[in-house]
Design a protein around this ligand. Structure first.
Ligand code: PLP
Ligand code: ZN
Length: 412
């Protein structure tokens, strides 16, 4: 059963009821993003701690009543979500706070958290009988949509900046998407996909603009709560570009709270590169009554969080403010160093954007925002193999020798 009852504007609060067979992307009054609202009372009867404990489905679909698609909706058969949450004491010690966990999102089928968004968006697109699925991406959202679509024999059209990391382009092409590499930024790819989707009446998966992406991403928060035995952590550290993950994480915890599955909410720590800090700048100018979204010129090497205009900016700022959270900026050197710190202290290999989470946790500890007894979860949003060029910058080089024991002896 689909328990979604409608859409609510993220900016003005205007509500629109669900219209079967139709997707509402933005508010009809003010043009801003919408979020999906549910019949939480009915969901609470279905989704109990007891039922979940007995549920053998270890994927995002264990929370099916909290998604805006029907039980009979077509789903990708790939295993999405229920990624491991590791207690990471050694990493925590290095970062200055031992009570630390890391959620390894690189374990998803296409190697990033985006599979959570893509799977719900894809099921919705099929349910809506979309003629074509399109989306713009810095790389991961697209490769995810391509991967999940391939699992169902569908070929989407994906717009990426020409300079997206090679591994992500390879994924897109191999999964059989039509890949449009735009000579320009992610923001320009986003706008082109938007215009084309209106012209050709495609289902547009664009992050933030499509309300289903947030609904998928929220599953990460729901898993964190369940993996911690229904005790929400005190802090969750989230790398932020468009701001759709952090807005989804907040929606996930809020939906659990409204359903009665948790009785405490975490504080969110947004992490941005100081070379892509639109959300951080916006937060400084905003309050819950007046959210102002700033643009920047992004140039961070963490491509997945390199964004000029955050497309779910209002959602991100709201999530930070409502959770009484903060936003920290870290530099690219710190992000690169964090790839190594995480890898050596946990065995988790994450791409630059994912490593920003640990860099952010370190800042959070340093500034005294973390109390010793508090728990903190870092979300390692994507797999390290997705951007080898950046990883190699952090890795240094191996010892190269002639194949002889005499020479080896010099280095042992
Ligand atoms: C998309 C992405 C992010 C940022 O998510 P936003 O919703 O754009 O804020 C962070 N890390 C990785 C690996 C991503 O793919
Ligand atoms: Zn509105």
């Amino acid at each position: 059963m689909n328990y979604a009852i409608g859409y609510k504007c993220m900016a003005c609060g205007h509500e629109i009821s669900l219209q079967p067979g139709k997707i509402v992307y933005v508010c009809e009054k003010c043009g801003q993003n919408t979020e999906i609202i549910y019949d939480y009372e009915a969901i609470a009867k279905q989704l109990t701690r007891k039922n979940l404990a007995e549920n053998k489905d270890k994927s995002i679909w264990r929370y099916a009543p909290l998604y805006p698609v029907g039980d009979d909706a077509i789903r990708s058969p790939l295993q999405i979500g229920w990624t491991p949450l590791y207690m990471a004491k050694r990493l925590g010690k290095k970062l200055g706070h031992e009570n630390l966990y890391i959620k390894d999102e690189g374990r998803n089928p296409s190697g990033s958290l985006k599979d959570r968004a893509g799977s719900i968006a894809l099921s919705a697109a099929i349910e809506l009988k979309a003629s074509k699925i399109a989306g713009a991406s810095t790389g991961n959202a697209g490769s995810s949509m391509a991967c999940l679509s391939a699992s169902l024999g569908i070929s989407p059209i994906i717009f990426v900046p020409e300079k997206a990391p090679k591994a992500k382009i390879a994924q897109l092409l191999l999964y059989g998407a039509k890949v449009i590499a735009v000579r320009g930024s992610y923001d320009q790819a986003f706008d082109l996909c938007h215009e084309a989707s209106i012209r050709y009446k495609w289902f547009n998966r664009n992050t933030g603009y499509n309300p289903f992406t947030r609904e998928g991403k929220k599953s990460c928060a729901m898993e964190i709560a369940e993996q911690l035995y229904w005790q929400a952590p005190d802090w969750v550290v989230v790398p932020v570009g468009d701001g759709n993950i952090i807005s989804g994480i907040w929606k996930g915890f809020m939906d659990l709270y409204r359903t009665g599955l948790i009785d405490k909410l975490p504080r969110l720590c947004a992490v941005q590169s100081n070379k892509s800090s639109a959300v951080s700048k916006s937060l400084k100018k905003s309050s819950l009554n007046s959210i102002i979204i700033e643009k920047t010129e992004a140039s961070t090497l963490a491509d997945s969080i390199s964004v000029n205009l955050p497309r779910d900016g209002i959602g991100a700022v709201k999530a930070i403010l409502e959770s009484k959270g903060i936003c920290v900026e870290v530099n690219d050197e710190h992000i690169l160093k964090s790839i190594e710190t995480i890898a050596r202290n946990t065995g988790v290999f994450t791409e630059p954007a994912g490593a920003a989470s640990a860099a952010g946790a370190e800042e959070l500890a340093k500034t005294g925002n973390l109390k010793p007894e508090e728990t903190v979860v870092c979300i390692a949003t994507g797999n390290g193999l997705k951007d080898i060029d950046s990883a190699l910058k952090a890795a240094g080089s191996p010892i190269v020798i002639e194949p002889s024991l005499t020479e080896l002896t010099k280095y042992i």
